[in-house]
Design a protein around this ligand. Structure first.
Ligand code: SDX
Length: 372
């Protein structure tokens, strides 16, 4: 009897040179996430993940120009958004719209590395536009498609809110995008690799990843964290509500991790951002509740916050609606997904594990007349 690794826990599925999780620290191409969070920016991290090294100034400027140039989305895809039900979940809308982008990309099925890099640029450039467009369309407003900013965080906030964002908000979102950009073989990245492992196209790989990220055990957790905080309402109610959830064997969203058992290094940065930003908007109780939940879940379950816990109050403080939290995660992880897809193509082997069969054997075929 083979020992099944449930959820592939502990299984090393392939070699990768993109990001590493070692001794409780995360590294992108060998640079630790603390350094990147403090000193880098999203576009530089996109280049680093794709090309394996930090860009020269000219290369970074060229990438920013390419992203700005590719930020528009085809009118037909916008038309698809216009017709979408206003109560559709933003992750379902994003998954559908990204899938539709492939129909209007003449290189969608071109498999050269150069074409795949160009498609990766289009996806990183257009995802923020799609998310911001949906936010405005579902409110009955016209999308804002052009902004002069070559900085993804600034461009996104300008398209989302229809006004130039404050520098502190841009800096916070840019840091959150750096923190979420890649994470080894997480479920959505592995879904992308399994998909393109068949030599399917890059868009197909990204659509698989979007589907996987939506789930509350993965990227969907950040939205559930905000929902939980809104249900709790005040720091005084934290203990009663959390104890009740744990007694009902409920998962506390934003806590625990398959790999990090001593805490998620990204959570430390997001916690500091949450404290600063919730105070800035005059709503410190969100952070106070979060800290109280962290202390209680730590004491009762020995679990620590993951990337999704404090990111919820960071995004709330930036005026982002909670059902857009996972799309923001996707906007950043688009960099990691496409980097892993490029790596999978370069060193490809069909990903096809086995199953331990536990169903019935030697079953006879009974003609339908004799089945009662
Ligand atoms: C992300 O993998 C990545 O890298 C993902 C990610 C990335 O950057 O891509 O880091 C992003 O997805 C972060 C995780 C977001 N999801 C959540 O916050 C949802 C809540 N967390 C859990 O469901 C859970 O912690 C997972 C899914 C994150 C990890 O689950 P595992 O590794 O499969 O652990 P498990 O389910 O086997 O739990 C082990 C024990 C269990 O207790 P027992 O049944 O053995 O008594 O810990 C308990 C679980 O019940 N437990 C929790 C819990 N997480 C684990 N109990 C309460 N609340 C929780 N959140």
């Amino acid at each position: 009897m083979t020992t099944v690794a449930k959820g592939l826990e502990g299984v090393v599925a392939a070699e990768s040179a993109i990001s590493a999780i070692e001794n409780g620290m995360l590294f992108y191409r060998g640079i630790d996430i603390d350094t990147l969070a403090e000193r880098s920016n999203f576009e530089e991290v996109v280049y680093l993940l794709w090309h394996g090294r930090l860009p020269k100034r000219s290369e970074l400027d060229a990438l920013r120009s390419a992203l700005l140039e590719e930020a528009r989305v085809p009118d037909d895809v916008l038309e698809l958004l216009r017709r979408a039900p206003k109560d559709a979940h933003p992750m379902s809308v994003l998954r559908t719209a990204v899938s539709a982008l492939a129909l209007y990309d003449p290189e969608a099925d071109v498999m050269t590395e150069a074409a795949n890099i160009r498609k990766a640029v289009r996806l990183v450039a257009k995802t923020p536009t799609l998310i911001a467009a949906w936010h405005r369309l579902r409110q009955g407003k016209e999308p804002i498609l052009e902004t002069e900013s070559a900085f993804t965080a600034e461009r996104f906030l300008a398209m989302l809110h229809g006004q130039k964002p404050e520098p502190e908000a841009v800096e916070a979102l840019d840091k959150a995008l750096v923190l979420h950009a890649d994470h080894e073989f997480n479920a959505s990245t592995f879904a992308a690799r399994v998909t393109v492992g068949t030599l399917a196209d890059l868009y197909s790989g990204v659509v698989s990843a979007l589907g996987a990220l939506k789930g509350p055990l993965h990227g969907g957790a950040n939205e559930q964290v905000m929902k939980m905080l809104e249900e709790i309402g005040t720091p005084e109610r934290v203990e009663a509500v959390i104890r009740e959830k744990l007694e009902r064997k409920e998962r506390i969203m934003g806590f625990g991790h398959r790999v990090y058992k001593q805490g998620d290094p990204r959570a430390r940065h997001l916690k500091r951002m949450s404290e600063r930003l919730t105070a800035k908007i005059g709503e410190p109780h969100w952070f106070q509740m979060s800290e109280a939940i962290e202390a209680l879940v730590g004491a009762l379950k020995g679990l620590k916050p993951n990337v999704d816990f404090y990111s919820a109050t960071v995004y709330h403080s930036l005026g982002i609606p909670r059902d857009f939290f996972t799309p923001i995660f996707a906007m950043s992880r688009m960099a990691g997904w496409t980097a892993h897809i490029l790596e999978q193509y370069a060193d490809n082997r069909l990903i096809r594990p086995r199953a331990e069969y536990v169903g019935p054997k030697n079953v006879s075929y009974v003609p339908i007349e004799a089945r009662g």
